[in-house]
Ligand binder design. Structure first.
Ligand code: ADP
Ligand code: MG
Length: 367
């Protein structure tokens, strides 16, 4: 029995497969080289849970855990709650959180802290949970404790990704497969934080989900994942609502692009991967209508700077753009992007690079 355990789990970025999750489709995230760390120590007092965030410089002391309140500590406390709900006697516990995944930037700082908590508690209490059970309790913290209806990708990416691989996740069956993603030195994966506010994003998200569900039911399928690209023209011809036509076209072609990207990665065909990334962006811009000018500009500048491909990643209306860029072009791109944003009066974007990194781990700190 150990007295202190550390859980370490990364943020993620989705390479391709946007708004496919709630259509029972495919996503292809990588884990980032940025992590959340949770140090878990047994507490002295009954069932009291203490949580500290180094980033927020604050703590909470919770005598009991009740779902429903949306607060920063819920992502951590929710995991303790989910474990207790599933019959694991987690008693008094002190949880100290430190993280370098940017908060709320679309890189899944929330799943990183949930997964780090699940890993630390699994280690501390000797629960021996399976990778599936760890993902389920981490997701339950967000869905059931905080009441935020997010899909299955973020926690599985944070826990299950392997270094130099992307994770192909089937959002219907939750089965996953490792896909090689080791960039050669002459290529760099760029992340652009477009620094754009996510105004009204919640309403747009709900409307798109509703359109997809309505279209699936009009077409007599359980989910849009059940329509293939070959069946798409006939399916679109049966829809009377023009908005639904565009939404369905995005989802069906996006699922096909994810699988095509997997085949291209397995063949180390980076130019084909790039083409698919850009096609995904065009589909999000024109058919799913979830991009904004800051995001489109970053993609345009990336392509003009020699990127093999570029797209917005995440739910939309701002957030992060990725680009697959020749390494020799990264500095010139960064400068061009700063100029282009300044010329439009947009806030300065932040450019960083990343690589496909390892998923979460747990360590025992004291015997
Ligand atoms: P994302 O997961 O894309 O970063 P979310 O809105 O899902 O965005 O999650 C961000 C929230 O997670 C923050 O608003 C905060 O409540 C919580 N969070 C993430 N990291 C930390 C941290 N280091 N300290 C405290 N809270 C954090
Ligand atoms: Mg999140």
């Amino acid at each position: 029995m150990t007295n202190e355990a550390l859980g370490v789990s990364p943020g993620r970025v989705n390479l391709i497969g946007e708004h496919t999750d709630y259509n029972d489709g495919f996503v292809l995230p990588i884990a980032l080289d940025k992590t959340a760390r949770i140090a878990a120590t047994r507490g002295a007092d009954g069932d009291v849970v203490t949580i500290t965030s180094a980033q927020l410089g604050t703590s909470v002391v919770l005598d009991s855990l009740e779902p429903g309140e949306r607060a920063w500590w819920g992502y951590v406390a929710g995991v303790v709650w989910a474990l207790r709900e599933s019959g694991h006697p987690i008693g008094a516990i002190d949880l100290a959180l430190d993280s370098d995944v940017p908060l709320g930037g679309g890189l899944s700082s929330s799943a990183a802290i949930e997964c780090a908590t699940a890993l630390a508690l699994d280690q501390l209490a000797g629960l021996d949970l399976t990778p599936e059970q760890l993902a389920d309790v981490a997701q339950a913290a967000e869905n059931s404790f905080l009441g935020i209806p997010t899909g299955p990708m973020d926690q599985r990416a944070s826990l299950w990704c392997e270094a130099d691989h992307a994770l192909l996740l089937d959002c219907r069956t939750l089965s996953a497969r490792q896909v090689p993603f080791a960039l050669p030195p002459e290529l760099t994966l760029i992340l652009v934080d477009t620094r754009s506010p996510h105004v009204l994003a919640d309403g747009h998200y709900a409307r798109r989900r509703e359109a997809c569900e309505a279209a699936a039911s009009a077409l007599g399928v359980a989910a849009l994942r059940d329509i293939t690209v070959a069946e798409l023209p006939a399916a679109l011809a049966r829809l009377t609502d023009e908005e639904q036509v565009r939404r369905v076209r995005h989802v069906v072609t996006e699922n096909a692009r994810v699988l095509a990207a997997v085949a291209a990665l397995e063949a180390s065909d980076w130019s084909a991967v790039g083409t698919l990334l850009t096609a995904s962006h065009v589909s999000m811009r024109d058919d799913y209508e979830i991009t904004v000018p800051t995001v489109d500009l970053a993609v345009d500048v990336a392509l003009a700077s020699g990127a093999l491909g570029s797209r917005m990643t995440g739910g939309g209306f701002g957030g992060t753009v990725i680009a697959l860029m020749p390494t020799t072009g990264v500095d010139a791109f960064t400068a061009s992007l700063a100029d282009a944003y300044a010329a439009q009066g947009f806030d300065a974007p932040q450019v960083s690079t990343t690589r496909a990194s390892a998923g979460g781990i747990a360590l025992s700190l004291r015997g």
